[in-house]
Design a protein around this ligand. Structure first.
Ligand SMILES: NC(=O)C1=CN([C@@H]2O[C@H](COP(=O)(O)OP(=O)(O)OC[C@H]3O[C@@H](n4cnc5c(N)ncnc54)[C@H](OP(=O)(O)O)[C@@H]3O)[C@@H](O)[C@H]2O)[C@@H](O)CC1
Ligand SMILES: Nc1ncnc2c1ncn2[C@@H]1O[C@H](COP(=O)(O)OP(=O)(O)O)[C@@H](O)[C@H]1O
Ligand SMILES: [K+]
Length: 582
């Protein structure tokens, strides 16, 4: 599990270490310099500089391409290894963008290391203030110091284009809001120049965070220079996991500067002296929890793996109410996702003609009613039209019935108790009652905007995409449900921690992929139905696991090329087997 620490948490962790004389900045700067030396030192034997971008063979466009973990560095690292690392950095040029605080201090000390290794290093001070000791060390090492006020932005752009590497050390966890002038104007112009320069743009390393991102919420309120790599200190920051900011961070490298080891939220009490509950951490909203990312190694512990004592009913039955005669495909895709994620059984409820189509693809599906341990409601079912009332081949009526069981409106429902559910597409327009946390809403940004509008918020799709965590948490608070917002980075929030998953290649953005995800999650919820009802934070964790498995299945089925939604479902068994084996 990757855990992000808010800026307040980072400060709290730093305080005692700094008081004890731990050389945090020296460690950070040394590690940062090592990373830069490694990247720049990977130049091939002909040492093509200036303008050569470390590890980027010409003609290979890597920016924005996602690895299986959603970060763009894998292919680049491979290319670098193939190019061979010579480690000679003499004569290579580095441009440092230096802000007034400790982030600038890290950058100046790192610059001093680079200069001592023979690099030509120029620091542009964006402010009248700069970290004094860092600046002194940088000068002593032979670094060149310019101030933005003296040389102006166009000449920084020229320097940038002549450099092998740029270090963005304008602001770190001390940042508040969008970058202010003059740093803001500098970064805006550099970001535009980068777009124009394409592959000629130097390798860009963000120091701790790309300056200008929202450290704690991942919003991007103003200009940001996209990084190829972010070297972050002590702990990940939420903005490095959350969209849209995470798209600007490149490959994220976490440097251990001596913070106490913590894995997960469990260790926090010991560090912060917290006595009032698991999520009540110093400096954070107690209700909000942390931002995390589920990793492949976490899946085995959460996956409902059968034991020799299980039979099909103990393993969990998924009930799917999806598709209509107009949109039968969604029923096929949702049931396929559910079956191939490995439940005890999948029941399909819907029009007979659609059930027949489902059986053609998945003869394992049972097309009669009966007890289920989770519901998948709504894929391929149209939104309810308030004027015309329920329609869709009776699917809306069936969904309303299942929702009544989920929300507890029916005290003696056919399923016999509290029921987890995936609520997708058309079913999102059928919510009439407050939901439990074990109901998981799975909208994309447009659907979430509509849902929030219905709850009285003035928000559109673009606003949701600009502040995904905020709106996901708002929807959770308003509905009670766990909310999973689909996208290139999928954000999940319920009671407690939030999750930001970047597992899928962009090819996954194809019709029906979401239906498959709904089915996979339905199986997870059915397999652990008693647990999700007992632990109200578990549904979000399982939802993140479903997103991870779905994303990896999409990557496997895609193999770098187009992928059809049904192929994502077909890749699920191999992906699950791999994750359970590792
Ligand atoms: N965690 C760790 O282990 C370690 C952390 N370390 C490093 O310390 C960094 C934190 O340093 P920090 O606290 O000095 O704050 P920092 O980010 O440099 O910025 C503050 C300055 O920026 C300014 N400023 C703020 N917002 C702005 C805006 N929108 N636009 C423009 N300017 C803005 C603000 O000005 P003010 O608002 O006060 O006028 C203030 O002067 C951290 O990110 C890491 O790199 C390592 O050294 C040791 C190990
Ligand atoms: N750019 C992207 N990169 C990776 N995955 C994406 C991207 N855009 C969307 N996705 C994923 O593709 C799926 C699309 O789901 P959805 O929008 O519900 O489509 P449908 O309703 O047609 O099934 C979701 O799992 C979403 O997270
Ligand atoms: K920075």
């Amino acid at each position: 599990m990757k855990d992000a620490w808010s800026s307040d948490e980072v400060r709290k962790a730093e305080e005692p270490l700094i008081a004890a004389g731990e050389p945090l900045m020296a460690r950070a700067a040394y590690a940062l310099a090592q990373t830069v030396l490694r990247e720049v030192g990977a130049r091939p034997a002909d040492g093509r500089a200036p303008g050569y971008r470390p590890g980027r063979p010409s003609g290979t466009r890597l920016r924005g391409s996602l690895g299986s973990d959603g970060l763009p560095g894998r292919a680049r690292a491979r290319a670098r290894r193939m190019a061979g690392s010579r480690g000679d950095v003499r004569g290579a040029q580095a441009l440092l963008l230096v802000g007034p605080g400790n982030n600038g201090g890290d950058t100046l000390f790192a610059g001093a290391h680079l200069a001592r290794r023979g690099m030509r290093v120029t620091a542009v001070l964006a402010s009248t203030r700069a970290h004094e000791d860092g600046l002194a060390a940088f000068r002593v090492a032979g670094g060149k110091v310019l101030t933005l006020a003296d040389i102006r932005v166009p000449s920084v752009v020229r320097s940038a284009l002549e450099s092998d590497v740029i270090l963005d050390g304008l602001v770190g966890v001390g940042a508040r809001g969008a970058l202010r002038p003059p740093a803001g104007g500098l970064v805006r112009t550099l970001a535009e120049a980068r777009e124009t320069a394409g592959e000629r743009w130097p390798y860009t390393v963000a120091v701790d965070i790309p300056s200008g991102i929202g450290v704690d919420d991942g919003v991007v309120l103003g200009p940001v220079l996209p990084a190829d790599r972010t070297v972050t200190f002590g702990a990940l920051k939420p903005g490095l996991l959350l969209p849209p900011a995470a798209h600007l961070a490149g490959e994220v490298e976490l440097i251990d500067v001596g913070f106490p080891p913590v894995s997960g939220s469990e260790g926090w009490g010991a560090i912060w002296g917290v006595t009032t509950g698991r999520h009540a951490m110093a400096g954070t909203d107690p209700a909000a929890g942390r931002v995390r990312r589920v990793e492949p190694a976490d899946v085995a512990a959460l996956w409902p793996t059968p034991s020799p004592h299980d039979h099909k009913y103990t393993r969990g039955v998924v009930g799917v109410i999806a598709g209509t005669t107009t949109y039968p495909g969604a029923a096929v895709l949702a049931t396929s996702g559910a079956v191939l994620a490995g439940p005890g059984m999948v029941r399909y409820l819907g029009p007979e003609a659609v059930g027949s189509r489902v059986l053609l693809e998945r003869p394992e599906v049972v097309v009669t009613g009966g007890r289920v341990q989770s519901w998948v409601l709504g894929p391929g079912v149209p939104a309810v039209d308030p004027e015309a009332g329920p329609d869709g081949d009776g699917q809306a009526r069936r969904i309303f019935g299942a929702l009544a069981a989920v929300t507890g409106v029916l005290s003696e429902d056919v399923t016999g108790g509290k029921m987890p559910a995936v609520i997708d597409a058309g079913a999102l327009t059928m919510l009439e009652h407050r939901l439990p946390a074990w109901a998981v809403l799975t909208p994309h940004a447009g659907e979430l905007a509509e849902l929030l509008q219905g709850l009285g918020h003035d928000v559109d799709r673009a606003a949701v995409e600009a502040q995904p965590l905020h709106w996901v948490r708002t929807a959770h608070q308003a509905t009670g449900a766990t909310v999973l917002l689909k996208g290139a980075i999928t954000v999940v929030a319920g009671p407690g921690d939030a999750y930001a998953q970047a597992d899928a290649p962009a090819w996954t953005a194809t019709a029906g992929a979401g239906d498959v995800l709904a089915g996979i999650l339905g199986t997870l919820l059915a397999g652990r139905s008693a647990d999700v009802v007992e632990d109200e934070t578990l549904a979000a964790r399982l939802a993140a696991v479903a997103v991870l498995v779905h994303g990896r299945a999409a990557a496997r089925a895609s193999a770098g090329g187009p992928v059809a939604a049904l192929e994502i479902a077909r890749a699920v068994p191999a992906v699950v087997a791999e994750l359970l084996r590792d």
